[in-house]
Design a protein around this ligand. Sequence first.
Ligand code: HEC
Length: 108
Amino acid sequence: MSARQLLGIGLLSFAFIPHHYTTPSKPHDEKTVQTKDTVYTFHNDVLPLLQSNCNPCHFSGGKVYKKLPFDDYKTVVSLGKKLTTRLKQKEQQAIINGWIGSGAKKKD
Ligand code: HEC
């Protein structure tokens, strides 16, 4: 086995170490050990998701852009969980729900 292969395996196994093993934990107070929740923001997560799924109708030039523009934070916030009814994939719904659950932030 070459040094290069060994290095590859080393990097691979490192990549598979779950994040929380690398952060210090308090063994006698399990409840304070928190896995960092992903904080979704409108600009980083929600807008790109809507842009790739809800075009062209809800974006500039689309037929409901005047009524429901999805590049407008306020419009999207006001729709809230209704957005998930139009998204088929669980991962996409999870992003919307996670975003709302963490306070529907605009930016980080
Ligand atoms: C083919 C065009 C089109 C696409 C693509 C589209 N929409 Fe819409 N959407 C509409 C129209 C038309 C309405 C009705 C607006 C009205 O109430 O008059 C609407 C209304 C809505 C509403 C509000 C109505 C309600 O159910 O209360 C939501 C929420 C919504 N769309 C979400 C989405 C999401 C999320 C996507 C992308 C996954 C999407 N739409 C993609 C055309 C579209």
